[in-house]
Design a protein around this ligand. Structure first.
Ligand code: ADE
Ligand code: ZN
Ligand code: ZN
Length: 289
């Protein structure tokens, strides 16, 4: 008999970084998949010129995958934001530190894509544009997870131990992935189901860019009203699942629609935004006007 323990330990060690992804991989894929259905053909083309054959869902987890590479350490604070205790809304000037936060990062990466179609020198390189788009796809997902805009003192629930159906986890992880996993739906089916519920996008989800701060405030309020509502013994089960899965569903839908709204203009905004300009850049003036 050989002793498999060291090998098992090594496998666990190697897998560890992939076991703690934000929103969980499925949440991010669902957001990317939903968004991909609300892009105009023009925007789709522009996105394809950056991502090749990879879908929005495929690249949605990249920003978490690179966390294990020290070269990307600077981007770690860009996955979340914390709100000053005592306030009930997110304030960019007050709450976003110098190193950046999820809200400023979304604005920053949007700007990289926007300026790639404009007369700006130096132009962002294609690599910079690809990275900006991949960050954007991921971070819009993170922004909509209530505990990604929450409290510094428990690191967005990471420091709050809970049991979910008798399995030990932490509150943050429960909201990233535990609730989604408990549905036992394959992510693509889950996305299709949610997409079928997104009706009348123009009237139900009229908000577009410039409203990133408001989306952050919505997350924060849901963190306070729902996510942090944990009994003293930390035990959560069916009642918590039933109360919170509709919130998770709603946030995934909104993230998908908001992501699509951010990367293109029509039909969400009368003003030309991000990828419409990117489209102009990539495809010439007829596309994206
Ligand atoms: N670390 C500190 N605060 C955090 C938050 N709100 N979400 C994720 N990670 C964090
Ligand atoms: Zn993340
Ligand atoms: Zn997370």
């Amino acid at each position: 008999m050989t002793n498999n323990r060291p090998r098992f330990a090594a496998i666990v060690f190697l897998l560890a970084p992939t076991l703690c992804l934000a929103w969980g991989e499925d949440g991010h894929r669902i957001v990317g998949e939903i968004a991909s259905h609300y892009l105009s053909p023009c925007t789709e083309e522009a996105v394809k010129s950056l991502l090749g054959d990879q879908t929005l869902a495929d690249v949605s987890t990249w920003a978490d995958e690179i966390k294990s590479d020290r070269k990307w350490d600077w981007a770690k604070p860009l996955h979340y934001a914390n709100v000053t205790p005592g306030s009930d809304s997110f304030d960019l000037d007050r709450d976003c530190p110098e190193v950046g936060c999820v809200v400023s990062a979304i604005e920053r990466f949007s700007r990289v894509l926007r300026t790639s179609g404009a007369a700006r020198f130096p132009q962002p390189t294609k690599k910079e544009q690809v990275e900006a788009l991949k960050f954007l796809i991921h971070l819009v997902g993170d922004l909509h997870q209530p505990l990604h805009v929450s409290r510094a003192r428990d690191r967005g629930g990471n420091d709050i131990a809970v049991e979910f159906f008798n399995n030990r986890t932490n509150l943050h992880s429960l909201w990233d992935s535990g609730l989604i996993r408990h549905t036992k739906k394959p992510w693509s089916e889950y996305a299709a189901e949610l997409r079928a519920q997104v009706k009348g996008v123009k009237t139900r989800y009229p908000r577009t860019n410039g409203k990133v701060t408001e989306w952050a405030t919505e997350s924060y309020r849901l963190a306070l009203s729902n996510a942090y509502d944990v009994p003293k013994d930390g035990k959560l089960g069916q009642a918590s699942f039933d109360r919170n899965i509709p919130i998770v569903d709603e946030r995934l839908k909104m993230a998908g629609v908001h992501l699509a709204a951010l990367v293109q203009d029509r039909p969400y905004s009368p003003k030309s935004t991000l990828v419409s300009q990117l489209s102009t850049f990539v495809n010439g003036a007829q596309c994206g006007q």
